[in-house]
Design a protein around this ligand. Sequence first.
Ligand SMILES: [Zn+2]
Length: 146
Amino acid sequence: MYKEFIEKMYQTFSSAEKPRIDEVTPHRCMECDEVRDQLHPYDQRNIPDKLLIYHGDALPLLSPKALRYYFPRYIEFGLLNQDCNAFDNCLYQLAPHEMDEYWQERIAVFNTEEKAIFREYLELRRTLQYEDLDEEYISKGLTIWV
Ligand SMILES: [Zn+2]
């Protein structure tokens, strides 16, 4: 059902470079090191489901460059496994509470076509809203990725 969107998304993100291992998570602590060490051996599309379940909340820890590379896989996995927390976290990652330096840097790594995919994704989320709160994130996200 989501196949067409997923293929289009990967195609749109095909210029996203794989981060070097020291570029995956900028912060150094046990959690960030674990995310870095476990995600980095894999290419974007080959990250195993079990890692996406385990690291379903890792998106905020990724560097902007790593976010651009790994986010499409999180989006794909979330759509196909909507009971996993990666699905909710994809939405939060697209609707920041405040536009500080952290978020400005994250938004700046995505090109126009990639931002359009996020808007398309948010519109798709609108058709499968689980909670009223989702709409708040969706409408906010649609104003950010322009
Ligand atoms: Zn950390």
